[in-house]
Design a protein. Sequence first.
Lengths: 114, 114
Amino acid sequence: NAGVTQTPKFQVLKTGQSMTLQCAQDMNHNSMYWYRQDPGMGLRLIYYSASEGTTDKGEVPNGYNVSRLNKREFSLRLESAAPSQTSVYFCASTSRFGSYNEQFFGPGTRLTVL
Amino acid sequence: AQTVTQSQPEMSVQEAETVTLSCTYDTSESNYYLFWYKQPPSRQMILVIRQEAYKQQNATENRFSVNFQKAAKSFSLKISDSQLGDTAMYFCAFIPNTGNQFYFGTGTSLTVIP
């Protein structure tokens, strides 16, 4: 099992450019999440999808859109990148059934917006 | 509102010594799951230990153990026999049993000194 995979690992954008971060999990998890991590601020939730076909805003959704393409894939789109979106982005998934409940994380994407 | 507070931004410990990282949380839920995650310089988020709130017994995983005080809403992590590989950022997190959103603290940066 690959677990949670993210692409790309690194990306540099110019202000105003758009891009999509891809995330996939092979653990048959129902819930998927996108976080951003900035120094001193921990992990902040951007969007999450509790189950296939649903998405909800988290703490910092402005400037982002998401798509739960199917049960495996959950993408994050920046329509018009801004320097404030320079961050490390993590995708995560969890089962929410049984006694597990912990989140499994992807390796992260370091995004720089110039 | 559900919040997680880690009041120690940075800590250090001598190799082979014991260190305790603090975490408090606020929730009106009666059942939930608590976690400690480790993030080494590689950026990968790794689950260290988890605790189910309805279990009174404190969880242990080898050198890692927790002190879970439900009434005080406290969930501290004790690392015994600290090793250089324990140098990392540590995040406390919880999820209520009735919800889908995880709540993370801002992290504690731990340095193990040789």
